[in-house]
Design a binder for this molecule. Structure first.
Ligand SMILES: C[S@@+](CC[C@H](N)C(=O)[O-])C[C@H]1O[C@@H](n2cnc3c(N)ncnc32)[C@H](O)[C@@H]1O
Length: 222
């Protein structure tokens, strides 16, 4: 026993996510059901976590957080607004301000109301910039300089639409951090297959999983 009631979920999340994908493919659930079921894996685990990085889905130490996430700053090439899609407890919103030499104003969008509440509570000065919504449908009130997202925030058939929607609302769309094996480039190949040109990338080896890399890609406005 580790004492962590969610340890089995962290280990088996990929299996549970594949089952949720299967239910959507078979038509047992719709997209709203897909988001609800993914949230049942994510939200209780994040709310039960005791460190800000675990409340944002990163296990390990503070140094693991800094190492694995700070390459997002490599994608920032100017000052302006920065929207973190899937902001969880807002820790990345706070961190990005430290990591980039540019002056950025962080905003957050979060599908789970409980996590958006936690982010507002943690960042009271930025509470009015944290919104509840599903990124694929949300209509931004203004364009952003940078938007950051991950593709797995929506069911697979929606990913292209997510990229097109967010890209239309910013100067630069940042995808990642995601983990891939050093010999595979699945995310970049998928983007290319949609006719999307990757403008740049940043890579760091995963020091906890041999052969794996943390990656960030960015795409500029058309
Ligand atoms: C792994 S956390 C990311 C935390 C932080 N942004 C980071 O990159 O470290 C992913 C968050 O995205 C949220 N999320 C997932 N799908 C979403 C969607 N379609 N729209 C908005 N938020 C979403 C989840 O609820 C979760 O809090």
């Amino acid at each position: 026993m580790t004492g962590d009631p969610y340890a089995h979920l962290k280990d088996n999340a990929w299996r549970e996510l594949a089952e949720i994908d299967g239910r959507l493919e078979r038509g047992d659930i719709g997209e709203a059901g897909w988001h609800e079921q993914v949230a049942t894996l994510v939200v209780p685990a994040y709310l039960a976590a005791t460190t800000p990085w675990e409340q944002s889905g990163q296990s390990g130490s503070r140094s693991d957080w800094e190492y694995s996430r700070s390459l997002i700053a490599d994608a920032i090439d100017r000052g302006g607004t920065f929207l973190d899609v899937g902001c969880a407890n807002g820790f990345l919103m706070e961190s990005i301000v430290r990591w980039t030499p540019f002056e950025v104003e962080p905003y957050g969008l979060e599908i789970a109301p409980e996590l958006a509440d936690l982010a507002r509570h943690r960042l009271p000065a930025r509470a009015d910039r944290i919104t509840v919504g599903n990124a694929v449908q949300w209509q931004p009130p203004q364009p952003f300089t940078h938007i950051r997202t991950n593709l797995d925030y929506v069911p697979r058939p929606r990913r292209r639409g997510l990229v097109e929607h967010l890209r239309a609302n910013c100067d630069r769309l940042i995808v990642g951090v995601f983990n891939e094996h050093e010999t595979e480039h699945t995310v970049e190949e998928e983007l290319r297959s949609w006719g999307v040109e990757v403008a740049g990338r940043s890579v760091r080896s995963n020091r906890r999983k041999r052969g794996m890399e943390y990656r960030v890609l960015w795409i500029d406005a058309q």
